[in-house]
Design a protein around this ligand. Sequence first.
Ligand SMILES: Nc1nc2c(ncn2[C@@H]2O[C@H](COP(=O)(O)OP(=O)(O)O)[C@@H](O)[C@H]2O)c(=O)[nH]1
Ligand SMILES: [Mg+2]
Ligand SMILES: [Zn+2]
Length: 314
Amino acid sequence: MSKSIQQTRAKSSNSTASKPGLVVANFGAKLVVEDCDGVLHRCAGRRKLGTLVCGDRVRWQGGDHQDCAVVEMEARQSELARPDKNGRKKTIAANIDQFLIMASPGAEFSTGLIDRYLITAETLGIQPLIIFNKVDLLEKDQLAEFKQQLAPYEKIGYPVILTSSKTAHGIDALMPFLSNKTSIIVGKSGVGKSSLINLILPDAEARVGEISQATGKGTHTTTTARLYHLPGNKGEVIDSPGIREFGLWQITPPQVAEGFREFRDYAEQCRFRDCLHRKEPGCAVAAAVKHGDISAQRYASYQRVLVSLEETRN
Ligand SMILES: Nc1nc2c(ncn2[C@@H]2O[C@H](COP(=O)(O)OP(=O)(O)O)[C@@H](O)[C@H]2O)c(=O)[nH]1
Ligand SMILES: [Mg+2]
Ligand SMILES: [Zn+2]
């Protein structure tokens, strides 16, 4: 790859005219913006534009003898945000159309976390895909056990792909899902997000170097979201920083219920219009759980999310 960071050069051009670009990383006040030719530029934001994030389509200007600055942001089609430790909104990425929810075996495995990501995806109207990585570590019977825990998701229409970033198992099945979309890969730290990106994007390592160079930071660790292109410009993948606790941002109990897509058809049959499917009489969702039509695992998870919302509110 001959793409390199644009140096500020003495060259005549209309540096004041704004040009289209794509934010591929953000390090606090500094942004890395990619131009139409794939060249990265270190840009400053403008306070009035607010925080710009990975996936933002912008117009920027500068270059020759001038610092680059983003001057405009296109309206976002979607926005992924979470609360920071003070409960304020922290936007992670924009204009995403697919959520790659990654989990892997081990003590950290939790279907509850998958459910939280799914609620977010449903609330934002973003298509989710579940990736269960590190299958190379599992014996046959262990794998069967995990498959059983993941089966309810396939039953309600979420694709589940078993992968290994080590052996490349499942990559052929995964690739068609990524084409022509902007996907963000989410999951606990250590599940293998960066390893997967390195496997499917041969240039990823080089690009991390380029981005670090563009920001003047020599770090190779994932401290901020970064956007990568699939070969042949057939889609983008954003690697997200390890989100330790995926707090649901400003979500209401009815939205949580909406986030469980298999509840919807039954919810229409509940006696009360505003039924939250807890202990209300005539609840069709609870009845469907009893009859085995809705997974008890998912229903229990739903109840836990409602409780956790109450706890954070009090
Ligand atoms: N055995 C095995 N190890 C993996 C696999 N994917 C990632 N790892 C290892 O898991 C650790 C964390 O991976 P990393 O990609 O940094 O995870 P991230 O925090 O989600 O980006 C590293 O030591 C990887 O080598 C896999 O499919 N199989
Ligand atoms: Mg990583
Ligand atoms: Zn109900």
